[in-house]
Design a protein around this ligand. Sequence first.
Ligand code: FES
Length: 243
Amino acid sequence: MNTPVDITTESITLQIDDKDVSCRKGETVLQVARENGIDIPTLCYMEGLTVWGGCRLCMVEIAGSPKLQAACATVCMEGMNICTKSPRLENYRRMIVELLFAERNHVCSVCVSNGHCELQSMAVKLGIDHVRFAYRFPHLEVDNSHDRMRMDHNRCILCSRCVRVCAEVEGAHTKDIKGRGVLAAIIHDLDQNWGESSTCTSCGKCVNICPTGALTHRGTAVGEMTKKTTFLPYLTLMREAQL
Ligand code: FES
């Protein structure tokens, strides 16, 4: 995981979407864009948690750089010229979301988070009405062993928000990621059933921060799972209080 970059009081100026903006040295492109009302789509980023840079939805074009850069993980530099919207970026963002849908079993019509899912909302926002890639339809487990919460690996997009909130805010570090590529999966403690975890405090932060129906409360039916997000703006404060 990346560590946050120190933000100084020194001010720099740059351009985002042809708009002159100024910011403090050390701020990321995503932070400055949001401060100036410029929308950049994200899935793995969560203010107050360390930057993961995994979903790549926040990719932007920076003049002079042949590669796209993740806005959440790119620190602003004096004189940068950044483009956040272009046909090339739209194309890549659509492709990323389509690949997420193709990788696991995101069947919205039978999902408890139907209508309250960030992946679903992102697909709508990007105008995705079909997936161009072959679905993998993997056989993945649903961990129902916890008495109040449920982990459905079929719905997980591996954004790692649950891993980070558990370690960085709750301080339990129950969750982690095992494996690589399509074999990667969220685990509890030493890859045991969630209900058998000796470190989980059952705080529920992971459930509420999960963007999809991967982490939910037990006993919810299709479309019933809404996440409590009121604590999200206080993540930074909670984390600082803990340090
Ligand atoms: Fe930047 Fe996911 S939000 S990579």
